[in-house]
Ligand binder design. Structure first.
Ligand code: NAD
Length: 499
């Protein structure tokens, strides 16, 4: 029997009442395996009001106790790693080892959040003036929300809720409609770890639920991750009603291959970063930029056989390089981009469109595609494809290679492969992109640094996770104190200054 997924509000499962649903697929077979309730505005409001009541006590709980909930949660996720990865792979389509990576990169942010007693400390200046001390506190915002994409259903929810909750906030998570199973399970585990009911709520839904968050007067901050147009929309609407917002969008990540690069290392890096998770990663490399014709020819001669021999398989096949795409619509969109590329005049060196997975004919599979001679005017260069398609743009020299990511509207990740320290240093200094890899193809910063793209890859001021997350999920209050024994002068009418 197909399962029905409702919401997780106030520490318990709550069925949907709106009468609206969306299908949950298993991409590796193409089957509908369940249906997901889509929340109405009223259902969202109930969850938010409930969270607001619970938040007061949670904010007053000392930070070590809040951290201990996170510590117990880490044990529970470790205990459940296999079942979480299986559920994730079945709903998303990525392979089980890749699903474990998705969970692990979220876990690392929970580990960081265990340091909240230290991270949330304020500042103190003794004797800032005669008998005057100044101190600052970082207080939670209240109820905050996260709206997350399909492609990392474990990692990105944890990036958001772990620091927010550790700081003393209550959290409303509105995960992707495509793969809600893992976010729901994580919320159950947080309760099992000792989190009071109402502090982490998962409200499933679509645009109606998102708009209800954006317009709600209780919600204080919104963290969004998804495609750029929606990120910009969420940013504009959330900030229009006075909320804090950080909204991360799409990407077109370049990897520059200099003539002196270790070509085998560069090809290995491109294979994993271009085709891993079927290219459905915001930090996937989708553009390879060999510098010089000789480098380009050498790269292509090594890449073509590797792309042709990619092993595509169902998500449960541990030996597969990648699994199916997330939905039929995603598969059609990616195929359509390949056709556009052919029409635009790029050379399709490997065409994976005809790939069929034996025994899984209705699954959303696609073979790897590789384009050569892509130019910056083409749509396949300008737009995010989000599939197993790598474009090669040949640059005549380093200056042209640097210009490509700098002039692209996205600025999420970028990499350079070289043995030349000067070139790498110059690149890191000048490239207009938020996250840079030097001989590292997917430079996702570790949990104690922060993650965020530039230009149309990120709207807002602060990045995700790391110290920025503590800043984003708290407000600073600064206290200037003087005790009566220190008060000597009478009323003062001019602007007080420190003598
Ligand atoms: P998406 O934009 O379709 O959906 C993201 C979220 O927005 C979902 O929760 C969805 O329900 C909601 N949403 C969708 N349409 C909406 C609308 N019209 N109004 C309000 N809310 C709406 O993105 P996706 O397909 O789930 O995820 C893939 C995208 O996410 C890619 O563009 C990828 O690059 C990006 N991404 C970015 C990062 C990053 O940190 N920069 C990380 C992961 C994914």
């Amino acid at each position: 029997m197909a399962r029905e997924v409702g919401h997780f509000i106030g520490g318990e499962h709550v069925p949907g009442r709106s009468g609206r649903y969306s299908d949950i697929y298993q991409p590796m077979t193409g089957e509908v395996v369940g249906r997901l309730a889509l929340a109405s505005q009223a259902e969202m409001r109930t969850a938010i009001e409930n969270a607001a009541k619970a938040q007061v006590t949670w904010a007053a709980t000392n930070p070590q106790r809040r951290a201990r909930v996170m510590m117990r949660f880490l044990d529970l996720v470790a205990r459940e790693m296999d079942s979480l990865a299986d559920l994730l792979a079945r709903e998303h389509g990525k392979t089980i080892p890749d699903a474990k990576g998705d969970i692990q990169r979220g876990v690392e942010v929970v580990e960081f959040a265990c340091g909240i007693p230290h991270l949330q400390k304020g500042e103190y200046t003794e004797g800032a003036g005669p008998g005057i001390d100044i101190y600052s506190m970082r207080q939670p915002l209240g109820v905050v929300a996260g709206i997350t994409p399909f492609n990392f259903p474990a990692m990105i929810p944890m990036w958001k809720f772990a620091p927010a909750i550790a700081c003393g906030n209550a959290f409303i998570l509105k995960p992707s409609e495509r793969d809600p199973g893992v976010p729901m399970r994580l919320a159950e585990l947080m309760i099992e770890a000792g989190l009071p009911a109402g502090i982490l709520n998962v409200v499933n839904g679509d645009k109606e639920a998102v708009d209800a968050i954006l317009d709600d007067d209780i919600i204080q901050a919104v963290g969004f991750v998804g495609s750029s147009d929606i990120a910009q929309y969420v940013y504009a609407r959330a900030t229009a009603s006075g909320k804090r917002a950080q909204c991360f969008g799409g990407a077109k990540n370049h990897m520059i291959i200099m003539p002196d690069a270790d070509m085998d290392q560069a090809v290995d890096a491109l294979m994993g970063a271009g085709y891993g998770s079927a290219g459905e990663r915001c930090m996937a490399v989708s553009v390879a930029v060999p510098v010089g014709e000789k480098t380009a020819d050498a790269l292509m001669s090594k890449l073509i056989p590797r792309v042709e021999s990619l092993k595509i398989g169902p998500s449960t096949d541990p030996s597969a390089d990648y699994g199916p795409l997330v939905t039929k619509a995603a598969l059609e969109r990616v195929r359509n981009y390949v056709e556009i590329g052919v029409r635009e005049g790029a050379k399709l060196a490997v065409d994976g469109r005809a790939f069929k997975m034996q025994g899984y004919e209705n699954g959303f599979y696609m073979g790897g595609c590789l384009f050569d001679h892509v130019t910056p005017e083409m749509r396949i260069y300008k737009e995010e494809i989000f599939g197993p398609v790598l474009s090669v743009v040949r640059a005549k020299d380093y200056a042209e290679a640097l210009r490509l990511p700098n002039e692209h509207e996205y600025g999420n990740g970028v990499a350079i492969f070289t043995r030349d320290g000067d070139a790498a240093r110059d690149f890191a200094a000048k490239v207009q992109v938020g996250m840079v890899g030097i001989n590292v193809p997917i430079p996702v910063p570790l949990a104690y640094y922060t993650f965020g793209g530039w230009k149309r890859s990120g709207f807002g001021d602060l990045n995700q996770h790391g110290p920025d997350a503590v800043r984003f999920y708290t407000k600073t209050k600064t206290v200037t104190q003087r005790w009566p024994s220190g008060v000597k002068e009478g009323a003062q009418f001019s602007m007080p200054v420190m003598q």
